[in-house]
Design a protein around this ligand. Sequence first.
Ligand code: TXA
Ligand code: MG
Length: 353
Amino acid sequence: MILAKTEILKVSKNAGTAEDIEKLKFASDVIKRGGLCVFPTETVYGLGADALNEKAVKSIYEAKGRPQNNPLIIHLSDKKEIEKYCLTEGACGLEKLTSLMPAPLTVILKAKDIVPKATTGGLDTVAFRIPANAVARKLIELSGTPVAAPSANISGKPSPTNAKDVIEDMDSKVDVIIDGGECEIGIESTIITLCENPPVLLRPGKISFETLTELLGEVHMSHAVLDSLKPGEKILSPGMAYKHYAPDKPVILLKGGTEKKINYVNEKNKSEKIAVICYESDREKINCKDTLCAGDGNNNEAYAAKLFSLLRSTDKLDADKVYAFLPKDTSGISLAIYNRLMRAAAFNVINLD
Ligand code: TXA
Ligand code: MG
């Protein structure tokens, strides 16, 4: 590591000014020299290092406190980079998926030998993604190497979606933090593997299951998207085995009609110290002082965008537990919200219907 202290660099969203480029050059030099750099993407902030430098990759695991068998996504700046690191021959559906990129979409293919086992967590496959965020793509391009990057949180915590949350977890653990403002999607990329036939959705995100099915025909959804793993079950994505996205306080999920959820938390609030995460449109009917809101029942994109920062902020409240409202259904981005909340709550759901 080259750490003296963490440098925090503010850049504009489109990385469009000469000053932005100077700062990104500085950050890319850090990556080239084997250091750690946190950068914004359209999903969440990533904790980046040179994906081809085993030592640098190992320091990512250290900074996050992440188990070494949990592989990393390599971030590329351009489609023409894909075949340098992945075996693309016979990867059915790859062209259709790359037609969506740059995008909040990660694809898993067989890895070429150039990708160190430290990056793939020992697997013979590799996950890649081309982020849509201009700052991320410029940084990767200037670094001249694929950038391995998990979400920039301490392992197990909700992913950071703004610089303040990054600094809380990563200050003095990394060389540079690039502050590029709020991440607009707020939930990590969709992950699909083409190493299975038919392809399998491993992690839902903004690129929805419906979109993938429309594009590729048959796509299976890993049952681990919505359920906990069975003992001894074959794990397609090692990350699914770990508790995730959780604040320090217990999270309990509420499923059912809006009125029922509101009545339930108002009743609980009479005798317990609780916090509530719900939609903006529910706020005025809820009596609890620690009510945190985003979006409304019909705007789950806005709910997703704020979800992780709301979960994180509950740690600073004087509440003993957190009740979070689940979306009405699991279509579109709601499937991703379900998936993250289920893990944050360790599958503790109260069905009020
Ligand atoms: O939006 C995102 O994907 C963010 C930003 C920074 O790009 N990154 C991110 O990385 O969420 P991470 O490491 O927090 O989540 C990646 C997930 C992990 O659950 C890991 O197990 C899985 O992807 N994964 C990575 N490579 C894999 C592989 N070869 N096979 C199966 N699963 C893989
Ligand atoms: Mg993560």
